[in-house]
Design a protein around this ligand. Structure first.
Ligand code: AAO
Length: 513
């Protein structure tokens, strides 16, 4: 028995794919939510590679239902009709071109894999799908896969409505329908094979891994079963025997029986407590203060760092879907948001994902955004608008491009520079002024109190003049923003007034004069 357990554990350790397969010293990924494949290809070449981004999470590439009421919501892409590569982001040729061009400049592509379900049970029948494939949701008929009535969990779910009615019953959560979505019978080898066939098609094209959507709604063993059928990555860009990176969307804020840890055998999990708590701290809600961040990470009850995929906000909770609640910080709260992303990227915990959004006409009525459904910037024919680039390097056409904000981009670079260095030289004032370093490579300091800060603290860095990479950066051996002088004993003076555009300063050895 013990030997068997050991063998199983060893198999789990060898298999589970926790490594994002990025090129060395590229440590963060970015979610280019709803971008077109041709725009992502260009962004890899013109921006992501030169600025050290490791990879891109793309929106689901497979054919989905077309919803016209409301008019083309973003969430129609979470209702699959087939596994053809054919969406508003582009067709298969464009997808392949993107994967090739991004890989060629060392930027990886991760696919959002929606394999827990197909479209909603009330999706009707016809050819209102992004590639025109016929389907009949009422009969559970998806001939373009093909799936039929036998391939769904209708018989297995024991709630009266066929829906997930409560999250404290693990059987409902895995066997019933999530928001009316037809739940695939992943216990069947046929269904597992179809899912694996789709994922293998993407692997062969050259993708580096997958976000597993709604993983909480699948049994960990069923996920494992289709992952076991996956190919190794394409050897045009990856060394032989490389497994796809897997991160599973499991919302575990505590308080429900399903735990993120049940999924560690398959890969990493999304740590939703991270953004919810960081937002609470920066907003100073519930008596929280930044001084408490001293033991951020596992000390806050998060999953182990090497099992965590972390983010300040995601495409759901930035608009009130999913979980996390009102504490979540987004681009709409830009000043606090930049601090949160800066803190995340400086801190060693977890694999970091930066969000890149589009603007939508937010409209709160009784505390709820009635426009939470609005899809990407689009033309009158429903096609997605191109991401245009303004002369000042920001994006046009209502694409927010948080990843291009100077503070965020420079912190992505900071994380690469300090990669592998320990968390060090923590300092705090007992309130909301805190600082920490990463060995002798980088240092960051925040003032989220409502009084000015003027302190001398130990940075751990070699003596010299450093450019703050928040207010500016190093260009032509000069600082475009603030300068920081580190003396021979490693100490430096930092002043951050409450009216600073961004109340934090970050320095690292690659931005030393
Ligand atoms: C749309 C319509 C529906 C319609 C359906 C079918 O909105 O009205 O019934 O079509 O026609 C996205 C959208 C959905 C959309 C769907 C399909 O968000 O609105 O439905 O596409 O088009 C759960 C899941 C999680 C899921 C999240 C949204 O566990 O997997 O809901 N996220 C992913 C994607 C997401 C996508 C799908 C899954 C589906 O990222 O974009 O949906 O492919 C609790 C549970 C969570 C649960 C939430 C929300 O959270 O713990 O697991 O997430 O409830 O149901 C506190 C608690 C916290 C709790 C939270 C909210 O914070 O601590 O635990 O409150 O109650």
């Amino acid at each position: 028995m013990q030997i068997l357990l050991l063998l199983l554990a060893a198999a789990g350790l060898c298999w589970g794919q926790y490594n994002p397969n990025t090129v060395p010293k590229r440590t963060s990924i970015v979610h280019l939510f709803e971008w077109r494949w041709q725009d992502i290809a260009e962004e890899c070449e013109r921006y992501l590679a030169p600025n050290g981004f490791g990879g891109v999470q793309v929106s689901p590439p497979n054919e989905n239902i077309v919803i016209t009421n409301p008019n083309r919501p973003w969430w129609e892409r979470y209702q699959p009709i087939s596994y053809k590569i054919c969406t508003r982001s582009g067709n298969e040729e464009q997808f392949k071109d993107m994967v090739k061009r991004c890989n060629n400049v060392g930027v990886r592509i991760y696919v959002d894999a929606v394999v827990n379900h197909m479209c909603g049970a009330a999706g009707g029948s016809g050819t209102h799908s992004t590639c025109g494939s016929h389907f009949n949701a009422g009969n559970r008929d998806f001939p373009a896969v093909p799936y039929s009535g036998w391939d769904f969990n209708d018989g297995k779910c024991h709630t009266g409505s066929g829906e997930i009615e409560r999250y404290d019953d693990i059987y409902q959560v895995r066997d019933c329908r999530l928001s009316g979505l037809l739940d695939l019978a992943l216990e069947k080898d046929y269904v597992r094979s179809k899912v694996a066939e789709y994922m293998n098609h993407l692997i062969d094209i050259g993708v580096a891994g997958f976000r597993i959507d709604a993983a909480k709604h699948m049994w960990p063993g069923d996920i494992r079963a289709f992952l076991d059928k996956l190919h190794d990555l394409n050897t045009q860009w990856f060394s032989a025997g490389t497994k796809p990176f897997i991160y599973q969307e499991v919302i575990d804020l505590g308080g429900e029986p399903i735990k993120g840890s049940e999924y560690f055998g398959n890969g990493r999990v999304t740590e939703f407590k991270y953004g919810a708590k960081l937002g609470t701290v920066l907003r100073k809600w519930n008596g929280e203060k930044m001084a408490y961040l001293k033991n951020w990470g596992e000390g806050w009850g998060f999953v182990p760092s090497d099992r965590a995929l972390v983010f300040v906000d995601n495409h759901d909770n930035q608009r009130g879907h999913g979980a996390g609640g009102s504490s979540i910080l987004t681009f709409w709260d830009a000043r606090l948001y930049k601090m949160a992303v800066g803190f995340m990227l400086a801190h060693p915990y977890g694999l970091t994902r930066v969000m890149s959004s589009y603007r939508w006409p937010r409209n709160f009525q009784n505390g709820k955004d009635v426009n939470d459904w609005v899809g990407p910037p689009s033309n009158s024919d429903g096609s997605t608008k191109a991401v245009t680039i303004n002369p000042d390097t920001t994006c046009g056409n209502d694409w927010v491009c948080e990843h291009r904000w100077r503070q965020i981009r420079n912190m992505v670079i900071f994380r690469n520079v300090v990669d592998g260095e320990p968390f060090s030289n923590w300092w705090d004032n007992g309130s909301n002024q805190v600082a920490f370093g990463r060995g002798n490579k980088g240092f960051i300091i925040f003032n989220n109190d409502n009084w000015n800060m003027n302190v001398n603290v130990q940075t751990g860095l070699p003596a010299g003049t450093y450019c703050d990479v928040i207010s500016g950066q190093k260009e032509n051996n000069k600082c475009t923003g603030k300068q920081v002088f580190v003396s021979g004993d490693g100490k430096a003076n930092f002043q951050i007034n409450t009216d600073a555009e961004d109340p934090f300063i970050a320095i690292h050895v690659d931005a030393k004069l």
